[in-house]
Design a protein around this ligand. Sequence first.
Ligand code: EPU
Length: 419
Amino acid sequence: MDRIVVRGGRRLTGEVTLSGSKNSTLALMAAALLTDDEVVLRNVPRVRDVDGLLAIFEALGAKAGWDPQDSHAVRINASTVCRYEAPYDLVRKMRASFMVLGPLVTRFGQARVSEPGGCAIGVRPIDQHLKGIEALGGKTHLDHGYVEVSGAPLVGVNFSFDITTVNGTQNVMMAATLAKGETVLENAAREPEVVELVEVLRKMGADIEGEGTARIVIRGVERLHGVEHCVAGDRIEAGTLLCAAAVTHGDVWIHGASAETMGATLEKLREIGVEITVQGDSIRARVPNGLHGTHVTTAPYPGFATDMQAQIMALLLVAEGSSVVTEKVFENRFMHVPELQRLGADITLDGRSAHLRGGAKLMGAPVMATDLRASAGLLVAALAAEGETTVHRVYHIDRGYERIEEKLKSLGADIRREG
Ligand code: EPU
């Protein structure tokens, strides 16, 4: 099993280009099930989650794979789909695959998708996905760990989510694109990945408005057609690299970013003492003076992203003064805390809040990656730690970051992957 070894203390400088957004890509791939035509996605990150979803497409009978002519493009043709089941072994590895449910039901009138189960960051129920699909007329039935849904054609409805859910919004919205009549989704997620999905669905012929607000209106159409789309840069990778630059008091430009989608992250970094400069699709982070502690509370977009919580916590460990990091989106997203403590971090957990005493001298140690963003937080901390940190179980990182160690190395980090 691969591990990443970091020798901390090197100041990061230089420029790096982002990969495409992992989370956008996964939703956009699911949308390919809504049409018989080919869907081509470019700027797709070479990460394990994309391969995981490709495996599900294969199980469904779709033609789907990496484009031999373009190493960062996937081509999906769902005209050959002949099975409607996403099996447990594939879904449990990646919850996002539950997003095939809405498209399968609305297009083929049936779907059987394994319940994803819990994961390292919390219970993560799927009740809102199912409530939305049921509101559209889908008949759901639980069968030996599988959710079975039947009932085409779906019919438009007014539906309000009880909580804000990103993949839930995407799933139900996709189902509504081919439903009969108008669907109004209230309390919808406003994340940039929802907005990008709407943009692509619209290019495919869908009639949708309201993306980026909590009220999305979808008027069902008879059919959708193919599309070619270049995926936006990954805002979480961007934030991770900015934290990595800041924790080493470095000076780094990242290219391919969209600063408008990163408001809360950039605001917090500035508050901590990081000088942020935005020029077109490039963002520079440098630390002219010291770093100081602050309070961070995660929330649905446009709030501070839960996917950036571990990384900003790592950065706050080296800032002067105390900080409080509160996790409001997931109930168990502090798995990185005991690992950070192994590096010498002074953190006390109190329910959903972590109290940090900053300015600690971090020391390298072997640590264990527990989930994707926790691993990213460990890498950020390792860059500032004295001596060598070995991050084990890096397959978690490979789920969502493409060659992160090469990108950090190109900025001057002393980092290597060992097999
Ligand atoms: N929730 C429910 N019921 C549902 C759905 C969600 O109670 O039916 C709860 C969840 O348990 C959680 C909260 O609602 O407490 C928000 O979860 P959400 O549904 O928004 O998360 P998600 O859509 O499953 C996506 C990202 C996550 C990211 C969250 C929040 C993808 C593939 N995943 O998950 O990304 O943390 O939104 O922004 O888009 C990651 O990239 O590392 C990652 C975990």
